[in-house]
Design a binder for this molecule. Structure first.
Ligand SMILES: Cc1cc2nc3c(=O)[nH]c(=O)nc-3n(C[C@H](O)[C@H](O)[C@H](O)COP(=O)(O)OP(=O)(O)OC[C@H]3O[C@@H](n4cnc5c(N)ncnc54)[C@H](O)[C@@H]3O)c2cc1C
Length: 434
């Protein structure tokens, strides 16, 4: 059995609130026999769907291979937050890559938000896209840091969408006893992630992409053309794009050494009705300052969708609802009697630097993954950047691929135990408030 899919039923979406509220797409048939294409894209999350869509719109013949179903991975399960900037703060990026590339990376992240909003509008994707993500802090010290960062973004990047929230303003927005202040970013947004993924798939199919589901790629033979093999078929293609993220397994060693799968969990309460205003007074999303971040928002039927808790290794814990209920009650103690109707896990991918890993693995083979929990915008955009690079317009791709991407210590055998140690240390710091 492939451990990467050990938590799931073959070819089925997990039992999430997202799957329960999205009109499914009719299945795409698995690949059978050998076909020829200009580009073969592996993986149908935001990265692969966006790459395929942009390539097909530019007139290329594209085959998209997905091991399970379109949007089956992190793209169909996530918190739906379309955040600003890169996952790493600009101040840290300035130190890592210098001010010039840090500015380019900020601009690319702004392009990513613009791209998602434009795709939703252009393809009429009904995914409840709404503006506003708040960042909530647990202490005055964290709030001061957050406000200072807002000043830095305004001064150095001209970003004027961040409103500083003092303790009263934070309480007015989100009446949790845990929070002491923060910011509200009206340039950021939130959406229904699976509806967005399926909307991209519809657009890609309409643009001529040949999509094959239940078509796991198990072998890549480099060359021109390259040969991409599944159990029942193969694609010969001039270019290959790897968009496998947390489900890559051992398909490419260089990527596997730098991009590591971890799991994160979400629960959806029963509809809260009028009580919903005791969670959020406005229809914005929230992410807080814990290392293992709590993130939440209200669904359009007024449930609390609360994300929190991580696990490492392949298996999800048995009782996801109890795992998520714990941080949820730390933030909203008054919800102790609220029923949890849905709870699910997802596998995302992180890198050592918490920046995406974009790499040219061969002259005609590109890969993008490792968005480290910040992929709604950046994965969609990385797909477009790879499509641009196939056409020889590689500036954006090259900027991101210049970001240092060290391998995880311990190689693929020891990286998980070492990560567990590091993460346990950081979540202990969360609990101790240091
Ligand atoms: C619980 C959770 C909450 C998150 N919250 C947020 C958030 O609020 N905001 C945010 O920006 N990001 C968030 N993320 C991260 C975000 O979801 C990801 O960064 C993004 O979806 C990555 O998209 P992707 O297309 O690269 O990967 P995925 O969506 O995981 O897609 C990869 C696809 O490749 C397929 N695949 C892999 N290997 C093969 C193969 N060999 N052959 C064929 N197919 C293959 C997989 O089946 C999968 O469908 C969250 C992630 C999780 C799990």
């Amino acid at each position: 059995m492939n451990l990467l899919y050990a938590n799931d039923r073959r070819g089925e979406y997990p039992p999430s609130w997202y799957a329960a509220t999205t009109a499914p797409l009719a299945p795409f048939a698995p690949l059978r026999g050998e076909v020829r294409a200009d580009v073969c894209v592996v993986g149908a999350g935001y990265t692969g769907l966006s790459a395929a869509l942009h390539l097909a719109e530019a007139g290329l013949d594209v085959v998209l291979l997905e091991a399970q179903r379109v949007g089956f991975g992190a793209s169909g399960r996530n918190g739906g937050q379309l955040g600003s900037g890169q996952r790493m703060e600009q101040t840290a990026l300035e130190r890592l890559v210098g001010p010039e590339d840090a500015t380019k990376l900020w601009d690319l992240a702004e392009d990513a938000k613009t791209l998602v909003k434009a795709l939703v509008a252009r393809h009429g994707i009904d995914c409840h896209l709404k503006p506003g993500v708040a960042h909530a802090c647990f202490s005055g010290r964290e709030t001061a840091h957050e406000h200072g960062y807002a000043d830095h973004l305004a001064e150095h990047y001209g970003y004027d969408q961040l409103e500083k929230l003092d303790a009263d303003a934070m309480q007015a927005l989100c009446p949790s006893p845990a929070y002491h202040g923060g910011t509200l970013d009206m340039g950021a947004a939130h959406l229904h992630p699976l509806a967005y993924a399926l909307g991209l798939a519809r657009a890609a199919a309409a643009a001529g992409v040949r999509i094959f589901e239940e078509s796991a790629v198990h072998h890549l033979a480099r060359g021109i053309p390259a040969r991409v093999a599944t159990d029942a078929g193969a694609v010969k293609a001039d270019h290959v794009i790897l968009a496998c993220n947390g489900y890559l397994g051992g398909l490419d060693r260089k990527v596997a050494a730098r991009v590591m799968p971890i799991n994160n969990f979400i629960a959806a309460t029963e509809p809260l009705g009028d009580e919903a205003t005791r969670v959020l007074a406005r229809d914005v999303a929230v992410a807080d300052s814990k290392f293992v971040v709590n993130y939440f928002r209200l669904s359009h039927d007024k449930r609390l969708l609360f994300g929190g808790g991580e696990s490492y290794g392949y298996r999800f814990p048995h009782d996801i609802a109890s795992l998520v209920r714990k941080p949820m009650l730390e933030i909203f103690p008054h919800l102790h009697d609220a029923r949890i109707d849905y709870a699910w896990g997802g596998t995302l991918a992180i890198t050592m630097k918490r920046m995406p890993y974009l790499a040219r693995l061969a002259p005609n083979m590109l890969s993008a993954s490792g968005y480290s929990g910040h992929g709604v915008g950046t994965a969609t955009h990385a797909g477009k950047l790879m499509a641009d690079a196939v056409h020889g317009e590689a500036a954006g791709f090259e900027t991101l691929s210049r970001v240092p991407a060290p391998a995880f210590p311990g190689g693929s055998a020891l990286r998980t135990p070492l990560l567990v140690l590091a993460m346990t240390w950081f979540s202990m710091r969360d609990r101790l408030g240091i």
